[in-house]
Design a protein around this ligand. Structure first.
Ligand SMILES: C[S@@+](CC[C@H](N)C(=O)[O-])C[C@H]1O[C@@H](n2cnc3c(N)ncnc32)[C@H](O)[C@@H]1O
Length: 197
């Protein structure tokens, strides 16, 4: 099994506990508001790695069309049960058929995308956005670009955790073509970026 399949297997196993601990509806609401201030009313939002679906539900309640995707079928099963009015699919970003999203939300996911895959992942997000569409992404920064398999959920299953330097990340997004609208700290190593195509 490669690192990304192993990460997914761990989320499938721990989905219920993860959502109970970290998937609450009001989580990081200020970040959601920062994001929606930068997109036009009612546009389609893609929630990449939506987990238990609470962020998709927030966007739906605010009047946006939303699609939440996650490669974990257990996460999607929970999301559908919690928020039946939302649209969710078991998908990875490369198999999304629709494009022209006005906004893409990618929170607490990029640290699971390997250093080798991250450029392709961000390019794909860029291609799914319409012109001047906006990406919200949260990123774990550290002094070095590094990744390791860690027992994040203390189940004995390993999950890929990546840190990226501020310099590498800014070079990466610039190369792809994103412009920074705003950025800031969330807490600890976590930072957010609001980027425009
Ligand atoms: C830390 S959880 C965050 C879930 C949700 N975004 C939130 O903030 O509550 C990470 C999520 O990323 C998903 N994931 C793992 N690998 C992924 C990949 N390659 N592409 C998209 N999502 C992935 C996991 O299944 C899991 O639901």
């Amino acid at each position: 099994m490669n690192d990304s399949k192993r990460t997914l297997a761990s989320y499938n196993k721990t989905a219920k506990e993860y959502v109970a601990n970290f998937g609450q509806y009001k989580w990081d609401k200020s970040l959601h508001n920062l994001f929606i201030q930068n997109i036009a009313k009612g546009v389609s939002i893609l929630d990449v790695g939506c987990g238990g679906g609470q962020d998709s539900e927030f966007f739906r309640r605010k009047g946006f069309l939303q699609l939440g995707i996650d490669p974990s079928h257990q996460m999607i099963k929970i999301a559908q049960k919690r928020f039946p009015k939302c649209q969710f699919k078991v998908q990875n970003i490369f198999s999304v058929k629709k494009s022209n999203f006005g906004g893409i939300w990618c929170h607490r996911v990029f640290h699971h995308i390997s250093l080798k895959e991250q450029s392709r992942f961000l390019q794909r997000i860029y291609s799914l956005l319409k012109d001047r569409g906006v990406l919200f992404i949260s990123v774990r920064h550290n002094r070095n670009d590094e990744e390791s398999m860690i027992d994040m959920h203390e189940t004995g299953d390993l999950i890929l955790q990546k840190n990226i330097t501020k310099k590498t990340f800014s070079e990466l997004i610039k190369k792809i073509g994103f412009k920074i609208i705003s950025k800031g700290e969330i807490s600890g190593k976590w930072n957010y970026y609001i980027l425009e195509k």
